[in-house]
Design a protein around this ligand. Sequence first.
Ligand code: SF4
Ligand code: SF4
Length: 334
Amino acid sequence: MRRTVSFSRDSANVFFHLLTRCNLRCRHCYINPDQHGTETLGIDTIDCWLEIFARRHPAANLILLGGEPTLHPDLATAVKRAVRLGYGSVTIDTNGYLFHDILDRVTPHEVDFFSFSLDGPTPAVNDPLRGDGCFVACTAGIPEAKARGFSVSLIYTVSQANVDHLHRMPALLEKWGVDRFFIQVIGVRGQWTEDAARRETLAQVDRKTWLQVVPRVAEDAARRGIPTTFPKVFLDAGETFECAGQVADNYFIFPNGRVYRCPLCEDYPLHSFEIREDRLVATPRINETDLFPLTIPEGCVMNRIVQPRNLAASGNGVPAYKIACCMLKEEITP
Ligand code: SF4
Ligand code: SF4
């Protein structure tokens, strides 16, 4: 069954970057230390910040990220604290290296999903994007997590560099016992975007390619029993545009205390909130919240500003389609 997952005010999503340090140097890394800081948060600070969002949104979904979150020596403690605070779900996003024996220090009752990032079906496709040896490490981590009873999801970030290999993923996911599949579109953000050559090789795929490839792969994965989610990206004629910044509760927290509502804003000091002296405070205008209500024919205003290459005109200057909010997803279930 295919459906668009509507934004919900009933649940909040808290994307918490505990540190920005990472053992990898992915070519498309969105982490920008100039904007997000280089700190590794201490466990007392993590506790305090978890509590702020648990109070504000009881039973929120928590996604723990980095950098590489398993490099944080207190990740297991943070997970246990989140469970005690009543978070509705806890996910750890990892590049697969699983440092600090994390699988032995948390349980499947505490962690709903380990979410592995892999950008190709072979080392030849994945490793030029994510780093030498990364395919082997990631695909070794998946069975280790499964063997200990954890649910596992996999994120594949689609760009021109790997879209032609996406169709090979569903059979592998089935073989590896992956429970959920997330196809992501590459975001044009992070320090790599200053490199013109990289912007060419890692460009977003055009609308025709996206619509031809991605839903079919998602259907294949779903036929194999794996629920699959992918961003809508392009709105069909007649579909209504909505900005998650206005109608949903998503928070992207960085170690320097910045809290964004929109991932496309993360390369700029446009964050809606800051955590200062252990309190969440609104930032002065102008910030991202001032951009969310802007109505433009192209759909998402931040997309128009930071990644306009995915737009097209229909001939008379009118956009050929709208770009959806980057948080709007399609889901295909078995
Ligand atoms: S694993 Fe994540 S944080 Fe690390 S370099 Fe890759 S994209 Fe960046
Ligand atoms: S991606 Fe666009 S539509 Fe979505 S929250 Fe950001 S500004 Fe709003």
